[in-house]
Design a binder for this molecule. Sequence first.
Ligand code: WTA
Length: 661
Amino acid sequence: MSDTRDAALKEIATLNDSAAQPQSQNGAERFHYPSQEVVEHANVTAYMKAKGFNAFDELYAWSIQNPQEFWSDQAKELEWFEPWEEVLDESTAPFYKWFVGAKTNIVHNAIDRHARTWRRNKLALIWEGEDGSHRTYSYHTLDREVSKIASVLKSMGVQKGDIVTIYLPRIPELMLCMLACAKIGAAHSVVYGGFSVEALADRMDDAKSKLLITADGGFMRNKVIELKKIADEAMARTPTIQSCIVVKRTGHDVNMESGRDLWLHDLMALPIASPNCPTEPMDAEDMLFILYTSGTTGRPKGVVHTHGGYMVGAYTTLKFVFDIKEEDRWWCAADPGWITGHSYIVYSPLLAGATSFMYEGAPNYPYPDRWWQLVSRHAISILYTAPTAIRGLMRFGEAWPNRHDLSNLRLLGSVGEPINPEAWRWYHHVIGKDRCPIMDTWWQTETGHFMITPTPVTPLKPGSATRPFFGIEVDVVHEDGSSCDANEDGLLVIKRPWPGMMRTILNDPERYVSTYWDKEPVNMYTVGDSARKDEDGYIWVIGRLDDVIKVSGYRLGTAEVESALVSHQSVAEAAAIGLPHDIKGSAIHAFVILREGFEGSPKLEEELRAHVGHELGPIARPDAINFVSTLPKTRSGKIMRRVLKAQALGQDVGDISTLES
Ligand code: WTA
């Protein structure tokens, strides 16, 4: 560590603004070193010293040689009803098991154990609505509210192992309902509130949910999103749903179907809503939640996560990467409906006994300084967001953030897609005042927690997620599994199991094996991203290799957009691609072949865009639709999106020898 610090001090002495230096082609850019103060106070430094190491690299090397010891060290900081017999069972690979034989419940560690100490009076959650209203929950109140909802769910017949679908806006009830499910051993399947009818129906159907929890609506830019209307349409398409709990948020009139729909506040007023619901002991490998995510083909995959390993991974990564301390105010500005929210709004901050902040609305509503006002008003010390949000706010200029006191900030974070160095520098300089290191965390729905990420002591290079986390080994390889040279593009792979890894795809274990573990005999987890590793071992993620499009950091599959388009009466065939977009990262462009009797027009284009919005959700609405008479296809009939993309960008279409002639 002292080597790093010496180097840092030397570097800082000679450079006033290394951030202004252009990025070199191969990523061998000058490092940004953390300050001595940051290094000295970091949780990771304390751990390094406790383990008797003098340098971060030594600690990392040890964690790779002894991953089970590293992870069990971490697991011991949490409480277990029964200890594990084995940290990792590889005998059923790639269906790995972690903390075999142990019993716990993530809610016991996230709430119960804090609620019986002085932390019962500490704030767990501060929430601000778009209209400026506030709600706060101490660990004690959180415990009571979660217990009450859990008791209600139980008395409605929800059992251990059931999957409850939750479709809510960004309000505290989203978090409370997730925790209530976990408390009684039911799994939750949260569907992002920006999704719509078909997306919700498909997910409820695949999970065979009997219960849906939704709201009368949500607010976004002072407009009401009619969630209950969408849910009604989706429930009509899903035969398994028997009941629906509705949270009152907007107070607008909604249809309540008798015998099926019940208001949460009515249920919470009944004696069945007991504030003392016992937390169900779960096997470490029992399912905690499923979260659907888009893949290359077909319907979204229900990614399965567990109580034990996921808990340890989420807790450990937040502690070391975002350096959570008792006095921090943590704001992960994602939506709880995506994995970032599951792991870093709901579970890990509570596991760490931290105070989290959640905001309901849009970053620039009513003015472009809303976020900076929130940072200042709530004394946020750590802010974790996505490049798309940074780019979006950057375009309004520095004056907006400069109006606010951002001096409580000490760490910043980024996730979702590669952060372009320009956005990185703005974030670092304008928001972090050149003092807050940026944790660019690479991970996925499937990985459960951070995989490639700096810690506060890591020298940074803008645009790189730096190096793998403790116990995680990654590589960039050729198709045959052999390692690429430095700075050579290849496939990003993970070379050993980790505790928060997905366990399977719900109802489709074969797809789990064929999607992620097809690199036999090398047996590596294939991520689906292309990347390169520079001469310092820093990873530069380039982007998805499959047909997944990241729109504003949200993960969407071309297949989903195409099937939404084809469900319109005028469309015979459709292809969707992602094209570069300044703010969103990628924007969806669709190519459509119409059925006989229909003709392309601006009116039909608008109708189709609205149709996709209605079926899938506003985030999936294509920016543009082109009416075409043919689509480039392989001889086996597969649409060559690569060719469409190259044509749209005016690039060389490359090898089209397999194109249908
Ligand atoms: C991309 C989001 C570069 C990547 C947590 C990955 C990133 C996909 C980064 C997973 C990052 C995520 N730098 N790319 N820091 N973080 N990605 O499942 O392509 O929504 O495979 O999980 O996002 O998206 P998902």
